[in-house]
Design a protein around this ligand. Sequence first.
Ligand SMILES: [Zn+2]
Length: 202
Amino acid sequence: MPSEYKFIVDTMLGDLARWLRILGYDTVYSRIYSDREVLELAFLGGRVLITRDGGLHRKAVKMGVKSVLVESTIIEERLAEASVKLGIDLIVNPEKSRCPECNGVLERVEDKSLVKDRVPPNALNSYDVFYLCVKCGKAYWEGSHWRNIRKVIDEARRLAEEYRKAYRPRKIKSKKGFGGGAFKDKNAPSNVGADTEAGKQA
Ligand SMILES: [Zn+2]
């Protein structure tokens, strides 16, 4: 089921990683991963790769890793594109969000004493519900920034509707000798879950 997806996002799509976490998707991202590490983490962790790098995408597909190329450059378009290609739900629910900083699970907190050292006094007075990252300890609340979050997601949803009407999967020609095996596993089943056009041709 699309909503059960876990992702790994390549180093060029850090903003998308943060937004996927806000949407509640378990998303791994680091600026210091090499291509090989990204492929290993995707393969071993059963994660879908989201990338801007055509070469990395083709390597992933060859390994049987489900991979999706996202080509847009602005965040609303990136989210819409990912939504159309992967069935990502563009619905923000803070109860389901993960920490955009570290991908940690957020815990709902109503006892203000638990967050008083992590939240500015005016926010502590104005809000009754907070969300605490169990991993990095960062606290969140539905402040004014939340309106911007909803605005971006609403725009992404509108674009996704447009794309759904117009989107046709593009064929990617597989090149001979490409993908020289950054990470090869003899036991890897071929093309498991690789349902992209490139996967069909590989
Ligand atoms: Zn965190």
